[in-house]
Design a protein around this ligand. Sequence first.
Ligand code: NIG
Ligand code: FE
Length: 416
Amino acid sequence: MIKKYKLIGPITQLISMASLPIKGALKDEELMIIKDAGILIENDRIYAIDKFSELKNKAESIGAEIIELHAQHICVPGFIDAHTHICFSGSRANDYAMRNAGKTYLEIAQSGGGIWDTVTQTRKAEQKELTYGVIKRANLLLKAGITTIEVKSGYGLSVAEELKMLRAIKDADNSTEADLVTTCLAGHMLPKDFDGDHKTYLESISNSLFPILKEEKLTNRIDAFIEKSAFLPSDIYPYFKKAKALGFDITVHADQFSTGGSEVAVKIGAISADHLEASTEDEIEMLANSNVISVALPGASIGLGCNFTPARKILDAGGALAIASDWNPGSAPMGDLLMQACILGTFEKLSNAEVLAGITYRAALALNLKDRGRLISGMLADFNLFQTDHFNEVFYNQGKLTPSQVWKKGELIHQQ
Ligand code: NIG
Ligand code: FE
């Protein structure tokens, strides 16, 4: 393969996130800022990061294309949204209106809303339509600098319908420049039309669906919603154990309204526990003493009008905190990761370093990805340039300052 080199710069401030810890609180002073920096790219990877003037000689000697920036820019790693449900059909605007008008969860479900409404709409859609929807939403995220996006199934809830969703996501992955990481969320709720109890449903999914997921390489991640309205820990343990034995990574919708899920995540050795709005000191401590990444989903708190994940406490206890959008048609319809991460920062008193870590290298770890999230030699050349003179501006503008250039795998894929 012919090697293709590019040098981009000079960049007023480059925040590489190199050598920052996986766990615990971060101060802005810990960010290593390279001033007047350059990024030298070899094909889809970062070859070197250094002062632009230093790299220029090297670039010229290897015949690199030199892309000079003529305005002030700051550079950060490509953002990673580690938790979304962007494969769906239909709208739940009616749920939103009812909820804000004071109707309860039960009243909304009884009037035909809730997760089951989206299941019904998604089942009616053709695989191709779902693919288009995922591409459309992924490309919106990409323009906002999100270069890696996790996408869950979970609105199919039968072997055939879950396969339709996962195949749709796989097809979408081939048609967008963003990397999509697929997760099977067949354990989202007990489908209303299933003839049997929770245990029987999960057994049938693990026996019939798991082998196909492997065979078709549709996903290596299994998720479940642990909550009284969905699945209890006792239902989920055998399901997750089977998944683990087959080599799947585990991720959990945990402690959203009541506790129990994060304990399962820790005991089973999940990669991440997501939501955690209801986590108490005990759960926070347990998570901090484990290798499970805690994922805050401020978009769900904003969508539902409830409290945020105790992000400050998680970090102060020594936990690893990622931040994701949870973009879905029900609880989190906004789908704006940067805005939500900034808002979580203001309410939870997070440093800009903690917010940035939560949507870059800590988010990569929530997806068990080791090749992205930091701008260091050998990692994927996924990065964002914002036209401003200081990185603080990105957070201060609370999502309203969007990247002027998005680079994915060494290619400029969006510019404004
Ligand atoms: O992550 N908590 C469960 N699942 C989704 C909501 C899905 C929906 O309401 O459609 C969530 O918030
Ligand atoms: Fe979710």
